[in-house]
Each structure stands twice: as C-alpha cells, then as structure tokens.
Design a protein around this ligand. Structure first.
Ligand code: SF4
Length: 439
C-alpha cells in the first residue's frame, strides 16, 4: 500500500502520524511511504486545530492535495481539527475527504481505513490489527526522534483548547518509553527529544519526570536527550540538577512563559507570577551558566494594556532568552478567554509581536556571541540550500525545527554524525564554523 503522509502542527502530532502509519502497515501487511502524492493510494493528513490559523492551514493542505486526486485514491484526515468540529459538518464542507478520524484512534487508523474504504461491508476486522508501534523516522530524519511521554493536559490555561482536543493528562508507562528509546538506539539515533503538553506534569504511579529522566539516563546511551515544554510552575530544582549532572542531557530549557505581567498571567490562568519566573531563571543561570533558555510569549491577550506590554518587554530584556517565539493571541470560541472583555485589536497585537521580535533579535545576537572561537559538538543534519559546499547542523543549544543552525564548511560525508566544530562567526540566530576533523 503506497502512502503519502503529511503531519501538521507540533512534534507530538508527528509521533501520532508515525503510530498511524505503523497501524496501516499492520492492517495492510506492507506499505511504502511515497514522496509524491500522485503515486499514493492513501493520502494521510494529520491535522492541527488548536488555533484558527492552524485550522486554515489544515484545510488548505487538504484542498491542495485533493485538487489532483485520482478516483483510485483515498484521502484520510485525522487529528485535532477533526476532534474540534462535528464530522457531519466536515463531510459537508470537505466532500473530497473519504474518511475523518479524531485524536484517540492513531493505533487503529489502519483498521478503520481497511474497514471503511477497502473492504466489503460484511468483512469484520478485529482490533488485533491495531498497532501500538511507531513507523519510526517517517516524519523525522534517521538520526533524531521525538518521544511522547504523556498525552493531553490537565492545566487550564484560559486561551488553550488542547485539553478539549486531547483530553486530560495521561502519562505513558516508563517501560513503553524505554522500549521506544531502545528501538531508536538500535537504529543508531543520536538525539531524542522528550515531548508532552506539559513535560513537568509527568506522573506514572510513583514515577515523576525526575524519576523518568533518571531511568532514561541509566538505561540508554543516546548521545543527546532534549526536553521540550517545561511548565515554569512545576520545573523543580531537582530536575535542573539532573540536567546539570548528566552530560548527554542538553543544557537547554524550553520554558513557555506566555507573558510577564502578573495581571495577564492571572487572566491566562498560568498559576505563576513574574517574581517566580525571575527566581527560576536566576537559579538556572546560577547552576548552569552555559545553559540555553527558550520561551514563547503571546501578545494582544484580552486586557493587555500598554503598561502590561511594557512589563513584558522589560522582562524579556532583563532575562535575555537565547531563543524566543512570539505569537499573537487567537480568540478561540470554545476557550474561556474568549469571554474576557477589553479585546486588543489584531493590528495592535501584531505590532506588539513585531516589537518583541525586534527586541529579541539583538538579545539573540548578543547571546550567540559567547560561542565564538569555541569548539562545540554539532549534529550534522544536511546540505545547505545556499551552497553544496556548506552543510548545516545543530548544537545541544539549538532545538530541531524551531531554533537557528550552524553552517559548516569542510569535507563532511556523513549526515547524522556529531562532530566537533570550531565556531568562527555568530549572527542573529545562526552560527558558522568549520570542522576540526575531516571525514
Ligand atoms: S499547559 Fe496550558 S497552554 Fe499548554 S497545553 Fe496545557 S492548557 Fe494548553
């Protein structure tokens, strides 16, 4: 069975796509991932739906792929967008799609497709064809992978639909997580990134995130272990120490603050204050001076005044984040924040986002300078689009897909290797260097 797969949204969605592909393999016994949708029998689209712009991107992707759809092809749409809207409405609006499936079905996508699209109605296909496995690296390069440690979220941030789309927090067993890591280690994967909606809320029986991380370190020898989505309210000193004491855990803290005005943090229901954030970041910088800190902020949240925005700007300048993502508030009907008053005009929210990005550019440039003339380990990821002689890769301080890269000169024949690189130049987001050894 030839499959063309698209995975929209966050890395967690990428993992779900790999589980869905593995279940199709189980149901149809053999599959081939094809890069050209024209060559596919099944076009699988895993959607994102947590904000309007993500919904628009999902619909656009579906319509683009449906434009050249052949009679023999089946379009299957799964994921958060399907979870958000009634299927009857989706069928009416998107008649090109042959099957819609929500978010809690990834293991049985294969069975559903076979049952609904490729079988005579009398055939009953039992759940034994469901698959708990993943079709590893069908969404990421061979040398790196995301590991989901829990599904859903039990926090109640007032602007967020994820608890509605993905349900309450549900942690995955350490045994399942370790067996995935073992599988990836066998495939010589160099970097694993642990993801969840809120990594710090992990709890499986009496094992919390600190316990899980210790188990991973003790039972694997993956070169790089990265953590994304650390909620500032729960990030413990113990976890910071575990990161400090283990060289293969990236000294990289992804801590979404969303804002710094206590009034706005309260309206967002984030359950921490600016002073807590200041203390947390000071502690990290004290314990791990070289650590990199990433954050995300939202501009234009209902009730955000010019003063609140000034507070946010000052806080960003004070802390000096290595990486920062800025987003404008998205007014989602089903989210509690939609009922708040004093909405900020979109134009103003957008201008504030631009102001934050401008401030962050000079901070990022200043922060990167500390790597100049230093030798750092770089995971080689590919050939630069600018020149065949130029490769690119990332350090432990640069996360995949969201941060800058290191451009390399020198003869490199093997992608997916971690090699020492001397940094000889730094820019706003990227760095340049040359290999210390020839391959
Ligand atoms: S922590 Fe808040 S923003 Fe993040 S997924 Fe949970 S509810 Fe949404």
């Amino acid at each position: 069975m030839k499959i063309f797969a698209v995975s929209l949204g966050c890395p967690k969605n990428g993992i779900d796509t790999e589980v869905a592909i593995a279940s199709i393999k189980k149901a149809f016994h053999s599959i081939e991932i094809v890069p050209d949708p024209q060559k596919a029998q099944i076009i699988l689209i895993n959607t994102c739906g947590f904000i309007q712009s993500a919904v628009s991107e999902s619909i656009e992707t579906i319509l683009t792929l449906a434009k050249n759809k052949k009679k023999s092809q089946k379009i299957v749409v799964i994921g958060c967008m399907v979870e958000r809207y009634p299927v009857a409405e989706l069928i009416k609006e998107l008649p090109e799609v042959d099957l819609f499936l929500g978010t809690n079905i990834y293991e049985s996508v294969g069975r559903e497709i076979k049952q609904n699209l490729f079988s005579h109605s009398l055939d009953i296909i039992d759940s034994s064809t469901d698959s708990q496995e993943r079709f590893f690296n069908s969404v990421t390069p061979l040398w790196r992978a995301y590991i989901k440690i829990s599904e859903g979220c039990s926090n109640t941030c007032s602007y967020c639909l994820i608890p509605k789309l993905r349900g309450r927090q549900n942690s995955i067993s350490p045994e399942k997580i370790l067996s995935e890591i073992k599988e990836l280690q066998k495939n010589n994967v160099k970097e694993i990134t642990l993801v969840a909606q809120d990594l710090t809320a992990y709890q499986y029986n009496n094992i919390n995130i600190e316990g899980l991380l210790e188990k991973i370190v003790q039972n694997s020898n993956i070169s790089w272990i990265r953590l994304l989505y650390l909620h500032p309210q729960r990030l413990s000193r113990e976890l910071i120490n575990i990161i400090k004491n283990n060289r293969n855990i990236c000294p990289y803290f992804d801590i979404p603050i969303q804002h710094a005005s206590n009034k706005i943090l309260r309206l967002m229901a984030r359950r921490y204050k600016q002073e807590n954030l200041r203390e947390l970041f000071a502690h990290i910088r004290d314990v791990l001076p070289e650590a990199s800190i990433r954050t995300t902020v939202i501009t234009g949240f209902p009730g955000e005044t010019l003063d609140d925005f000034e507070i946010l700007k000052e806080f960003i300048s004070e802390i000096g984040f290595d990486h920062l993502g800025a987003f404008t508030y998205s007014d989602e009907e089903e989210a509690p924040a939609c009922n708040l008053k004093d909405k900020v005009p979109e134009k103003v929210a957008l201008q504030r986002k631009k102001d934050i990005i401008r401030i962050q550019k000079s901070i990022s440039k200043k922060r990167l300078k500390r790597w100049k003339d230093k030798t750092v380990d770089v995971l080689i990821e590919g050939i630069s689009q600018e020149s065949e002689l130029l490769y690119y890769g990332r350090t432990m301080h640069q996360a995949p897909d969201i941060d800058g890269v290191v451009y390399l000169s020198g003869e490199i024949k093997k992608l997916g290797e971690i090699i020492p690189v001397r940094i000889n130049d730094t820019h706003i987001y990227d760095m340049a260097g040359e290999t210390e050894q020839k391959f």
